[in-house]
Design a protein around this ligand. Structure first.
Ligand SMILES: *Cc1c(COP(=O)(O)O)cnc(C)c1O
Length: 238
């Protein structure tokens, strides 16, 4: 009887991550449709920081291709372990000058660019055989002290300076607003991001990376094209 019960336990675990994944996908589609948008216009970035390689594999088996990581050493191991799956990796953590070389060679996207010096290094250090690095400019949308991101009124000038870097491809703007339980306040911060992108008026810069487990539906209502969901998908981080 023992082998049978072990198998049963494994099936339960698999079912659990399937339910979480399908549930999030449905909530994203519903939020998009409610906002009069197409479900496929919103991409799910699975934030896998401090989640196991096994957990990532499970979600990848269900069809998820894009994963986000914050901690470089941890990400380096996972990217190597999962190389055969050909996943797309997004760096969403803080960036320091001494980490740009590794970030620029390991990742396909970087969401947290907020200094020209860092952009310059990512550009110079992008390996020749790789496609240009996709980047989002991080905006400190709630004006929080000690938080990453540039101010809203710095965005146009910053984007203009990035044009000099031909190994970077500017895709859009990213934000992590101050946590707020109130839906109207959540939406106000995301709406400001949408307006900031719209005012740039650059046809090639179209992405809005915004919304986490707590507020991705509000972000989608205001135009998010990439939502970054961690705990609602994987459960609590270890
Ligand atoms: C951790 C993290 C997320 C995901 O947060 P959850 O609450 O787990 O969904 C999204 N964006 C950034 C920048 C993060 O660091």
């Amino acid at each position: 009887m023992r082998p049978a019960s072990i198998t049963y336990a494994k099936i339960l675990v698999m079912t659990d991550s399937t339910i979480c994944y399908e549930n999030i996908r449905h909530r994203i589609a519903l939020a998009a449709i409610t906002a009069g948008r197409a479900a496929q216009d919103v991409r799910l970035l699975a934030v896998s920081k401090r989640q196991s390689v096994t957990a990532i594999q499970k979600i990848a088996t269900l069809g998820q291709r894009e994963f986000g990581e914050n901690y470089l050493q941890e990400a380096q191991t996972k990217i190597a372990d999962l190389a055969s799956l050909n996943l797309t990796w997004h760096y969403i953590g803080r960036l320091q000058s001494n980490k740009t070389r590794l970030v620029s060679s390991l990742f396909d996207w970087v969401h947290s660019v907020d200094r020209i010096k860092i952009a310059e290094r990512l550009d110079q250090q992008r390996p020749e055989q790789s496609a240009p690095l996709n980047i989002c400019v991080e905006v400190n949308i709630s004006g929080e002290p000690r938080k990453g991101g540039i101010a809203v009124d710095e965005v146009p000038g910053f984007i203009e300076s990035l044009a000099a870097f031909d190994r970077l491809r500017v895709r859009g703007l990213m934000a992590l607003p101050a946590p707020n339980a109130d839906l109207a306040s959540q939406r106000a911060a995301f709406r400001l991001m949408f307006e900031t992108l719209r005012k740039l008026n650059q046809p090639s810069i179209t992405d809005l990376s915004m919304g986490t487990s707590d507020d991705f539906e509000a972000a989608i209502a205001e135009g998010a094209t990439i939502v970054r969901v961690g705990t609602a998908l994987f459960g609590q981080r270890v």
